[in-house]
Structures are given as structure tokens and as C-alpha cells.
Design a protein around this ligand. Structure first.
Ligand code: CA
Length: 288
């Protein structure tokens, strides 16, 4: 209210930072896919892990008292090698996609205090270097396609988060804390964060798989998807009305909301302040 005269119309969506490279990309020698235009990806080797969880049998594999019925049955799944973004896709990167005409402005929330794509105002400084949020599934899909990648399947996402040891969280079995992941922020800060929470990295050293923003996946949601899924590179149901989001977000309060086997269904047109995404690209088949 104090800034009612702020000339918001003079502060365009495409602020200067949209042309600035992400420092964490250009300085990181471990990026595996340097031919992709934006965002550092790390290589994740093919592997096998216990996907899903169940809360019904403490003696059976995948037991987790916090597991919901749609996380069952827990079963072993093989996943091929792929590359995955180290960070959630950021607002400045998504802006570049919009400027290029490959992403649609209508697929992202462009105003509102918690949204990183929003206009810069006196009360809302530019959040270009924060993860993009308020982006719907179509925008996430289009961004990944623009850089020659795609959204991860549920299996790829969960394998990245859990690793071959099928950890409960990206960092291991220890319960989520504010030092390990960005969550429970609603009463404390203004939303998505750049703070790496380095101790919360996964086994490949990716950031924010747990918390910060929920992440869109490629798969349609079905509560019984696991009972019907293939044991190798499962791709989810053929159709549905909601897509799966993973990992929990900054607005979640319960640590267990960040468990790596946790799933949530979200209509693809929804633009929520705690949903973003990251992309993957299958590894090239090695020359024989
Ligand atoms: Ca996340």
C-alpha cells in the first residue's frame, strides 16, 4: 500500500537478468551436457532400485510408516542412464524460452508475491535467479523440449532422489530438517529459495530434489499405477486427468511430505506457487 505510485508498467517481465548466465552453470566443470543451452545437467548412471513404499508390513521391503497407499506396491525397477538438471529450472531461464517463442506466457503466473516470474516492484524485487514457479505442466514440457530435453518420468525422478540404495530422502534416512531442505517456509520467508542446503543434496549432488518447489513429471497420475507398471523404465498410465508432481515444496509443513517416494496428483493446467520443474535427457548409447 505504501508504494501505490510504483510505476509497475515500466518494469517489464523480461528484466535484465534474463540475459545473464547462471553462475552455477558456467563455473561447474561437472556439467555433462554442455551442448544444452541453459542449465547444468549431471550424468546419472543406469541402475536398479526399490521404487515406492508401503506402510502395511514392517517385515516386507519398502516399509515406511508414512507411506500412502498410492506409493505401493514397492517393487524393484530398472532405470536407464540419463542426465538431470542440477538445479530446478530458474525464472530467468524460463523467460528466455518465452522470449524465444518456445514457451507461452499464458503457462506461467506473471504476478503475485510468491511468483518468481512476476513483475519487479518495490515490494517484490526481481526473482530471476530463483526457481520458476507458478508454471503449469505445459510450460514445463515446452521448456524441456526447447532445450532438447524432456520432463523426467516418475521412475527417473524417484531414482535420482533415492539412488540405488533406495534412500527415504535424497540425503539418506534422516528426517527432513530446515537445514537439509527448503520447506515449512510459509511462516518464515517468501517462498522459493536459492539456498543450496548443500547437506541435502542427493547421491549425485543435485540440489533441491526434496523441497523448494514440487517438480512436474512426465507421467499421468493413477493411484494404482505401480501395480500395472513395467519393471524397466516404467512410463506411467497412457492417459489421465492429472500429472504427477514430486518432492514436496517450500509451503509444505510436514517433513514426511518431502519423502522421495511421495507422490501427488495435479491437473496439468494448474499454476501453483510451489510447483516448478527440472528436465532430463536420456544418455546417448555408448559407441560399440
Ligand atoms: Ca524440488
Amino acid at each position: 500500500m505504501a508504494c501505490a505510485t510504483t510505476p509497475e508498467a515500466e518494469l517489464p517481465y523480461q528484466t535484465g537478468a534474463a540475459t545473464r548466465p547462471a553462475e552455477n552453470d558456467v563455473q561447474d566443470p561437472n556439467c555433462s551436457d554442455r551442448d544444452l543451452p541453459f542449465g547444468c545437467l549431471y550424468a546419472i548412471p543406469a541402475g536398479r532400485f526399490l521404487m515406492g513404499a508401503q506402510a502395511t508390513d514392517a517385515q516386507a521391503p519398502g516399509y515406511d510408516p508414512a507411506a500412502e497407499p498410492h506409493e505401493a506396491p514397492a517393487r524393484h525397477v530398472e532405470v536407464g542412464a540419463f542426465h538431470m538438471h542440477v538445479w530446478e529450472v530458474m525464472a530467468w531461464q524460463y523467460k528466455r524460452c518465452v522470449l524465444a517463442g518456445a514457451c507461452k506466457l499464458k503457462d506461467v503466473q506473471t504476478d503475485g508475491y510468491f511468483y518468481s516470474y512476476g513483475k519487479a516492484t518495490a515490494n517484490h524485487p526481481t526473482l530471476d535467479d530463483r526457481p520458476i514457479n507458478g508454471v503449469n505442466w505445459f510450460g514445463a514440457r515446452d521448456y524441456c523440449a526447447w532445450i532438447g530435453a524432456r520432463l523426467p518420468t516418475e521412475a527417473e525422478w524417484e531414482y535420482a532422489a533415492r539412488g540405488p540404495e533406495s534412500r527415504r530422502y535424497p540425503w539418506g534416512q534422516k528426517e527432513a530438517t530446515y537445514e537439509l531442505a527448503v520447506f515449512g517456509e510459509k511462516q518464515r520467508t517468501s517462498g522459493v529459495s536459492l539456498d543450496p542446503r548443500a547437506e541435502g543434496q542427493n547421491w549425485i549432488k543435485l540440489f533441491h530434489l526434496a523441497g523448494n518447489v514440487w517438480e512436474w513429471t512426465a507421467d499421468w497420475y493413477a493411484p494404482d499405477a505401480y501395480a500395472k507398471a513395467a519393471p524397466s523404465n516404467p512410463r506411467g498410465p497412457e492417459n489421465g486427468s492429472s500429472r504427477v508432481i514430486r518432492g514436496g515444496g517450500w509451503a509444505d509443513e510436514a517433513p514426511t511430505d518431502l519423502r522421495s517416494s511421495g507422490r501427488a496428483a495435479m491437473p496439468p493446467q494448474i499454476k501453483a506457487h510451489d510447483i516448478g520443474f527440472r528436465c532430463v535427457r536420456p544418455a546417448k548409447t555408448p559407441a560399440q
